[in-house]
Ligand binder design. Structure first.
Ligand code: NDP
Length: 495
């Protein structure tokens, strides 16, 4: 008898294991112990899932349901997520080590996406064209794409899935979800709520397993119309190139190396908190991590010392304890990657001001922790300032003035987000205009909303999630011409 909690896929509305008969274990990052298992699906299971989604898109209750009906289902799903917020949050904490405090906040906010996009479902409008041809009536319709594949990473499985699922369903698509192999459990738990909400069989399906096998098989499947992907830029490039071979729609939400810029005229207390939330919240495992802290030289020593003091007092511990402030890294592999980058930083000559290794406290010994780590005197051409570490490692970089701050901030292959801390209104607008990133926060950091478009410039991605326009990423335009003429004119000339 296994002591592990088992989570099953759902395909075509039924619980589904896999044709391989094998299982993938989920390890609790705090205890280092396996706690759950999910099916290890193979390519045959991908086939079954895509066929189920394709069938649900083309026949049965889903394509004949009116848009208001889709909206009602989404709103019901929002209510069910709100009802089960605590249960889903606890699963995710065991799966990926995120803090319960953060996860409860996320789970109580996630329903808003289902309400917002549920509300948009029956506001998808076409238009009548002011035709230049008097004997023709022409109009447009917005139609769903078909089967959408949603591929999600391990750092925020449910939130990042919701950003895809809510607009995809509101637009009338069907979906196959491939969660990260490390954190599939919360997604499979959500499937029970999707069923309870009353979505027809096959509208949402899951396949769990290895990205390199089933993720790739999903992307190249001829019946998949679109891939909505969140993950690293290397995988994103592979997904993009495979999707291009098959001419599929994509949205890519990729990584970042976001600058968090503190000017001497800022309220320093707030700016220090902003620096901390930018990099140590979620143990730095967020795409929007403010991993480059740019500080104006006149306040550089003061700000560095205060950020170090604040970070030193952060409570590391069990993520299920509401008082914990920094939890473990989600996977052992990622812990090793972060520690390796710390070695690289030291080797590059950056000054380690705090942390720099695993914590020594015995109660943390089983978990995959990395101490909050701060490097001072970093130059923007060091690898620790250029490459995404995805962990609690901050690089502090000095600058002289606005011009230099903009140059350093924009000197990156990424452009996901940026923070600016200043009391000067002119400067806040000037910086927001000059920064090449999809999101700029002024005097705040790490804020997201269902109504605020989110996505990257440069290598941080393609397309936008959230906000009204996000639904267009899941729609295509059809133009319909109705001939009102008495007869068909000369067939040898363009009408
Ligand atoms: P990966 O890019 O490794 O994986 C993302 C997803 O893609 C996982 O589900 C993975 O499956 C799957 N996958 C892996 N290989 C393939 C493939 N060949 N074809 C299709 N799918 C594949 O990212 P991580 O899970 O490691 O997540 C961390 C990364 O995500 C960070 O770099 C971070 O910056 C980025 N990220 C970006 C966000 C954004 O919104 N811009 C938000 C959050 C994270 P499997 O796990 O089984 O390998």
């Amino acid at each position: 008898m296994t002591h592990l909690t088992r989570f099953l896929n759902q395909i075509g509305g039924r619980p589904y294991e896999s044709t391989t008969g094998r299982w993938l274990r989920s390890t609790n990052p705090f205890t280092g112990q396996d706690w759950a298992e999910v099916p290890l699906c193979g390519k045959d299971d991908v086939e079954t899932a895509v066929e189920a989604a394709h069938l649900a898109f083309t026949r049965g209750p889903w394509p004949s349901l009116n848009p208001s009906g889709r909206g009602k289902l989404l709103r019901r799903l929002g209510d069910l997520v709100a009802r089960d917020a605590e249960k889903l949050a606890t699963i995710e904490v065991k799966d990926n080590g995120k803090l319960i405090a953060e996860m409860l906040g996320q789970l109580r906010y996630i329903p808003e996406w289902f309400y917002y996009f549920g509300g948009l479902a029956d506001k998808i409008e076409g238009g009548v064209l002011p035709s230049d041809k008097t004997d023709v009536f022409a109009f447009t319709k917005q139609e769903p794409l078909g089967v959408v594949v949603a591929i999600t990473p391990w750092n925020s499985p449910l939130l990042l899935l919701t950003w895809k699922l809510a607009p995809a369903l509101a637009a009338g698509n069907t979906v196959v979800i491939k969660p990260s192999e490390f954190t599939s459990c919360s997604t499979l738990a959500l499937m029970d709520l999707i069923k309870e909400a009353g979505f027809p069989n096959g509208v949402v399906n899951t396949v769990t397993g290895l990205g390199s096998e089933i993720g790739a098989a999903l992307v190249e499947h001829p019946k998949v119309a679109k891939v909505a992907f969140t993950g690293g830029d290397t995988t994103g490039a592979a997904v993009y190139s495979e999707a291009a071979r098959h001419i599929k729609h994509v949205t890519l939400e990729l990584g970042g190396k976001s600058p968090n810029i503190i000017f001497a005229d800022a309220k320093i207390d707030d700016a220090v908190k902003g620096a901390i939330s930018g990099i140590f919240a979620a143990s730095g495992q967020t795409c929007i991590a403010g991993s480059r802290l740019l500080v104006q030289r006149s306040v550089y020593d003061e700000v560095s010392a205060r950020v170090v003091d604040f970070a030193r007092s952060a409570r590391l511990g069990n993520p299920l304890d509401g008082a914990t402030q920094v939890g473990p890294i989600t996977t052992q592999q990622q812990q090793e990657k972060v520690l390796h980058y710390i070695d690289i930083g030291r080797g590059e000559g950056a000054r380690c001001l705090l942390g720099g290794g695993r914590p020594s406290a015995p109660e943390l010994a089983q978990g995959w922790f990395v101490e909050p780590t701060i490097f001072g005197d970093v130059s923007n051409n060091m690898r620790i300032a250029r490459e995404e570490i995805f962990g609690p490692v901050l690089s502090i970089i000095p600058f002289e003035d606005e011009v230099e701050a903009i140059a350093i901030a924009n000197d990156s292959i990424y452009g996901l987000a940026c923070g600016v801390w200043t009391s000067n209104i002119r400067r806040s607008f000037a910086m927001a205009n000059a920064i090449r990133a999809g999101t700029v926060w002024v005097n705040t950091y790490r804020a997201v909303s269902f109504m605020a478009p989110f996505g990257g410039y440069k290598k941080s991605g393609i397309g936008r999630e959230n906000g009204q326009a996000a639904i267009n990423e899941y729609l295509q335009t059809k133009c319909i011409w109705i001939n009102l003429g008495e007869s068909v004119p000369n067939p040898f000339v363009l009408r």
